[in-house]
Ligand binder design. Structure first.
Ligand code: ARE
Ligand code: CA
Length: 468
């Protein structure tokens, strides 16, 4: 990832959790020890350091609103932490009954903020996140991860904690780690919904960090199944760009909201939407990579009650491996190459062909129709022969810019993506000097993987059997 310009990798929750084959066992913490189905603490540490050496930061998905389902009957987590859900006792985390909201009801309305904040999300024991003790326990967990070299956090279910509680937790994390709160990268899962209480909307949480802008992903779906000319307005009335974390899908929406977002099951449209997200300047783009599935709850390929095997990519793999796609890798390069530029020369046919430049650094054209399209677009990138990074990683397909114009044909549901760090002469070994001079720009890309294994099998299954 590092050499290709991916700056961060977000991983599945890192803390100890309940046993079970479903993917979502990671979202039921039993303590904040770092042994999980994805690896041991030592492996986790090794992953962080290995990635850091390649300038890739790790983002941890922090599950801090709750512990396990109230009716969970087991007593030992995958990593060995003891717990008793009936007694609301999680000794390895340091929680007793007093640390939980005592309203034994599930969230049954999203029109009342208090209910969303203090009742149970799908039956999960809800921490009283207003309590100093809970904030300190969580603060220490964040600090430990920061000391280990973690680059930032996705804050799970932020919508289910009041903004004041989230602020308190973040301050506790700052205090325990010696950082300033504003220096901790904090990406909050806040699913906005116009009908719901204004107090739980994403804009209420931007005081503590970035927020997920789900509306962006819904619009992508609507436009790619309608007219992509609408993409020119995609950011209208959304969260400000510097506060928005965006994606085409995530592990929840691809399962529960597949009719509202694009997923790998949408084929070319999904790929094109990811390309657009990486080309268009708005928010922090997250590329999601999971595995193929037909049933919602089914865990990663080969998962057992206590482990997940290493991911594999390749023709027969059940993993999506989005991060290996030619178009994604090409567009990561594009993203980095065009930093600091605005959208210029927007052109469209009032329907499903669009093109725009990123100043004099990049050019993207999308044909979202079922037919080959002959195009002639203006562009602000300098004349020359460019690699179409959407379709080839080796500059096997080039497009010429001449007289400030791109005249070419684009296959059905495909794209032309050109940028100044991928020109033909560069690949041919000439003009390297000229290209190097214009290599600038910072990388901000996120790859989200639903179940990244840190390394080989870590938990001794025999030992866990005994604990059953
Ligand atoms: C599992 C079982 C449940 C069982 C529970 C407790 O599926 O049947 O009751 O365990 O035993 C994930 C899975 C859940 C899973 C949970 C715990 O998706 O199925 O429950 O892990 O293992 C809301 C929240 C939002 C949340 C989504 C899923 O607001 O925060 O629901 N997303 C995050 C993660 C999830 C994770 C959790 C939170 C829990 O990304 O992967 O759950 O840690 C409207 C509202 C939204 C609401 C949405 C769906 O759109 O506006 O706010 O999202 O409906 O309810
Ligand atoms: Ca809560």
């Amino acid at each position: 990832y590092g050499p290709e310009g991916v700056k961060y990798v977000q991983i599945s929750p890192s803390q100890d959790h309940i046993k079970g084959k479903a993917w979502w066992t990671s979202y039921q913490p039993v303590s904040y020890k770092l042994n999980s189905k994805l690896g041991t603490e030592a492996e986790f540490k090794n992953m962080i350091q290995t990635c850091k050496a390649q300038k890739v930061g790790i983002i941890v998905d922090a599950v801090i609103n709750h512990t396990t389902g109230a009716d969970n009957k087991d007593t030992v987590g995958v990593g060995g932490s003891k717990y008793d859900a009936a007694k609301q006792s999680y000794p390895d985390a340091g929680y007793t009954k007093e640390d939980f909201h005592q309203i034994a009801e599930d969230i049954n309305t999203y029109r009342k903020a208090d209910v969303v904040w203090t009742h149970r999300l799908v039956g999960l024991l809800d921490l009283d996140t207003s309590q100093p003790h809970v904030q300190q326990v969580l603060g220490k967990y964040f600090a430990k991860l920061i000391y280990m070299g973690v680059a930032g956090f996705r804050v799970d279910a932020a919508k289910h904690m009041s903004p004041a509680d989230v602020k308190g937790i973040k301050e506790a994390a700052a205090q325990a780690s010696g950082m300033k709160p504003e220096d901790i990268w904090w990406m909050q899962e806040t699913i906005g919904f116009p009908d719901q209480d204004p107090k739980i909307q994403p804009d209420q949480y931007i005081g503590t960090g970035e927020v997920n802008e789900f509306e962006y992903s819904y619009r992508l779906r609507n436009y790619f199944y309608g007219s992509i000319e609408n993409l020119k307005h995609i950011t209208d009335k959304l969260i400000p760009s510097n506060k928005a974390a965006i994606f085409v899908t995530n592990w929840d929406t691809e399962r529960d909201n597949a009719t509202r977002v694009l997923t790998y099951k949408d084929g070319d449209r999904y790929e094109l939407a990811n390309a657009f997200m990486l080309a268009y300047p708005y928010g922090t783009p997250n590329i999601y990579s999971g595995y193929k599935f037909t049933q919602r709850d089914v865990g990663a390929p080969g998962a057992t009650d206590t482990s997940v095997p290493d991911a594999t990519c390749g023709k027969d793999s059940q993993w999506q491996c989005t991060q290996r796609w030619t178009s994604i890798r090409g567009m990561v390069g594009f993203y980095n190459a065009v930093q600091g530029t605005k959208v210029t020369q927007w052109q469209d046919d009032d329907d499903n062909n669009i093109a725009f430049s990123r100043g004099n650094k990049g050019f993207l054209a999308i044909n979202n129709t079922d037919n080959v399209q002959k195009v002639s677009y203006k562009t602000d990138i300098p004349d020359g022969e460019y690699c179409n990074v959407y379709v080839s990683r080796t500059c096997g397909k080039t497009v010429v810019v001449s007289g400030g114009k791109v005249v070419t044909t684009i296959p059905a549901h495909s794209a032309v993506a050109l940028h100044i760090k991928a020109v033909k002469s560069f690949y041919d070994g000439a003009a390297v000097h000229k290209i190097l001079l214009i290599m600038t720009g910072i990388t901000v890309i996120l790859i989200v993987i639903v179940a990244v294994r840190y390394k080989k099998r870590s938990i001794d299954p025999v030992q866990l059997q005994k604990q059953h």
